[in-house]
Each structure stands twice: as structure tokens, then as C-alpha cells.
Design a protein around this ligand. Structure first.
Ligand SMILES: Nc1ncnc2c1ncn2[C@@H]1O[C@H](COP(=O)(O)OP(=O)(O)O)[C@@H](O)[C@H]1O
Ligand SMILES: [Mg+2]
Length: 363
């Protein structure tokens, strides 16, 4: 095992830790069994968050392990190409980089989806025994993990192996002077397999040890049989900030005040022409985290989350070109009426503030 390069010491805004994989997207829709060729891309919730944050100007580091193989090279080069510090990613000569294949259901743009008719969304993972599954609690001794304002992790890592679960347990242990620890539940039933019955309790315990938690209302229902934002807050009383995402409706945020009470803030989502739903949650987390790092009020933090999600939703892949900060800040400051009349489609992030404004007034 070797470190990719020895970096000059870099202080990050955000460290994102977790597995990324090379993913193969079908060249045409249909059953996996019938797809003759695939296009290569990369996938990984945590590196998506790091890439999105780097794209909007935050020094971001991704920590993981990849194989000493060509797929590992590709992951490192691609994530680094987005401006993320990958110098603490370990190469494992004994274990491969994880890969997965998915069918067109998840990737389809509107026209293809209709032609496909069935919207099949098979995902086949080859990640058992991957380099990243050997991540373990020894990492918490590394300065590169803590030398940052935010550490961001997700529930996916907890499912990968016992050592990965131990690592997340150690990261989410409340320790003095730690940076803000951020957790996205990302409940993936299929990953837990033989430990499926333990997953809800384990994930709840991890989330309760964090400072900022992102949970989808649907995930909370699936994992914990807990329904609605208020009930999610009851189940997760410790985090200073709890974000309950409610899909196309919006998001509700509970923020603990110094007197121990919560403020509850709801901000509606945007109307978007969805090209592919993949990656929206990661983008939302990046937008919310960026606004958190900037010290913005909670309502604006949620809106920045919605905007980054909208950027991801309007492109076919996971990673979108985010709106420039000027455009994002302009839209975040819109009145509720103007926000409500926005309709964002492909390419909207490339527009100037003035053009998006014109669309608002013409709608
Ligand atoms: N249909 C939609 N229309 C507008 N915004 C959406 C839609 N679906 C998701 N979003 C945005 O994406 C965010 C994340 O969505 P979510 O479904 O929680 O993603 P994931 O399942 O990837 O975690 C939402 O909080 C919202 O901002
Ligand atoms: Mg998610």
C-alpha cells in the first residue's frame, strides 16, 4: 500500500470519505442481459460531494482506497480533475477498485425513458472485497482526516465491511475539538444483505453522533418506520442541524439554538425538468454544506441545496456544472413568488443572472 503522492500540507474546507467506483452505463436501453456495450463514468456519493464543493470554490479532499489498477488510476485522475485533493487516497495492490453496471432506467433522459417503456433500473455491483472495503478505524489517527472544517461521510460506508463500520463508528464518536461531522444517511437496503436487520439501528446510532445530518423523508420511513420531519427529529435529537429532504416538495431543517430549543425552517424546492434523478442528494448536501461554510442563514442554506440539486437533476450524469456563485446568490435571494415561478431545464446553470431573471418575469 502506498500513498498516491506526498502532498504539501493542505487545509481543506471539506474532507469527504467513502468508496467511489468506476461505473458502466449502457450504450442503449433495455435489460442488462441485452446491452452490448457500456460507457465509462465514475460514481460515489462522497466524491460527488467533494467534486461539487470544489467546483464552487471550496478546497475539498477525498479520502478513500482504490486498487493499484487502471480503474483506480481513472478514479484518481477524474476526481483530481474536478479540483479535489486526492493525495491521501491509498492504492491497494491486493484488492481491486470496485465497479458497477447499471441499466438505462436510472440514466434515461425523457425521450429514451419513454421509448424504453419499462424503466428498468438494474444495478449490478462488483465491489465485495474492493480496496475501499478495507478502509478501517486506523484512519482516525490520520491528520488528513481532521485537518478540515467539515468531515462528510454517508451510511453507504457503514454497509461495506466490518472495518468500514468500525471506521464510521470512530469518526462519529463525539470527541473534543473535532470539525463539523456531516452525515448523509444514504440508506441502500441492497448493500446490507445478511446484516439487513441490524442496519436501521446501526445507522441511527451513527447519525446521532453527527453534527449535521441529511435524511430523506422516504429513507427515514424505509429504515426506521418513522414518518414526517417532526418524527425524524424525535428519533435524531442530538445533531445540531437535521435536514429532512422531502423530494420535489422541499426540505425541513431543525436547528438547535443555544437555549436548547429548535428552529424549524421549511424551504420549497425548485421546479425542474428532470433529466436523471441520480446524484441529486449529493448535490443538495454540497450546496447546503457550502452555504454552511459561508455562514449563511438556514433558509438560504436550504435554497443553495435545492439549487445544486437542480443543477444535478437537469443533466444525465451525477456531476453537473454548478451555477456560478453570483447566479446562485441571486436566485437564493428571490422572493417566494419568483422562486416559485422558476422552471429550470438543461443548461440553466450556464445562464447569467439576468437571463434567468428574464425567464422568471416571462413565466
Ligand atoms: N422532482 C424534483 N424536483 C425538484 N427538486 C428535486 C426533485 N427531486 C429531488 N429534488 C431536489 O433534490 C434534493 C435531493 O433529493 P433526494 O430525493 O433526497 O435525493 P437522493 O435520493 O439522491 O438522496 C431534494 O431535497 C430537492 O432539493
Ligand atoms: Mg441520498
Amino acid at each position: 500500500m502506498t500513498t498516491a503522492t506526498t502532498p504539501p500540507h493542505v487545509t481543506a474546507d471539506v474532507v469527504c470519505l467513502g468508496e467511489s467506483m468506476v461505473t458502466f452505463l449502457p450504450a442503449r436501453p433495455g435489460r442488462l442481459a441485452d446491452v452490448p456495450s457500456f460507457d465509462r463514468a465514475i460514481g460515489g456519493a462522497e466524491s460527488n460531494v467533494a467534486c461539487a464543493l470544489a467546483a464552487i470554490g471550496h478546497p475539498a479532499r477525498w479520502i478513500s482506497r482504490v486498487g493499484a489498477d487502471g480503474f483506480g488510476d481513472h478514479l484518481l485522475e477524474t476526481v483530481a480533475g474536478h479540483g479535489v485533493d486526492v493525495s491521501h487516497v491509498r492504492r491497494d495492490p491486493a484488492r481491486p477498485t470496485g465497479i458497477y453496471f447499471r441499466t438505462a432506467g436510472e440514466r434515461a433522459t425523457g425521450a429514451e425513458a419513454e421509448a424504453d417503456g419499462q424503466q428498468l433500473a438494474e444495478v449490478v455491483y462488483y465491489r465485495a472485497g474492493s480496496a475501499a472495503s478495507a478502509l478501517g478505524p486506523d484512519l482516525v489517527a490520520e491528520r488528513a482526516l481532521w485537518d478540515t472544517r467539515v468531515v462528510h461521510v454517508t451510511g453507504i460506508t457503514a454497509a461495506l465491511s466490518d472495518s468500514c463500520l468500525d471506521l464510521l463508528t470512530a469518526i462519529t464518536e463525539r470527541r473534543a475539538g473535532r470539525p463539523l461531522v456531516s452525515f448523509d444517511l444514504n440508506y441502500r437496503v441492497g448493500l446490507w444483505k445478511d446484516r439487513a436487520d441490524r442496519a436501521p439501528g446501526l445507522l441511527l446510532g451513527l447519525a446521532r453522533g453527527c453534527d449535521l445530518v441529511f435524511v430523506g423523508e422516504d429513507e427515514a420511513a424505509a429504515a426506521w418506520d418513522v414518518h414526517g420531519p417532526a418524527a425524524v427529529r424525535e428519533a435524531l435529537p442530538e445533531p445540531g442541524v437535521l435536514v429532512v429532504k422531502q423530494g420535489s416538495e422541499g426540505a425541513t431543517v431543525y436547528e438547535r439554538q443555544p437555549d436548547g430549543t429548535d428552529t424549524v425552517t421549511f424551504a420549497p424546492a425548485l421546479t425542474v425538468d428532470v433529466a436523471a434523478p441520480v446524484g441529486a442528494g449529493d448535490a443538495f448536501a454540497a450546496g447546503f454544506l457550502s452555504a454552511t461554510l459561508r455562514g449563511l442563514p438556514v433558509f438560504d442554506r436550504i435554497r443553495h441545496g435545492h439549487l445544486m440539486a437542480a443543477a444535478s437533476l437537469t443533466v444525465p450524469g451525477d456531476l453537473a456544472t454548478p451555477p456560478a456563485r453570483e447566479l446562485a446568490d441571486h436566485l437564493v435571494a428571490l422572493t417566494p413568488e419568483d422562486w416559485g415561478t422558476l422552471r429550470l431545464g438543461p443548461g440553466w446553470t450556464e445562464s447569467g443572472a439576468a437571463e434567468v431573471r428574464v425567464e422568471v418575469s416571462q413565466t
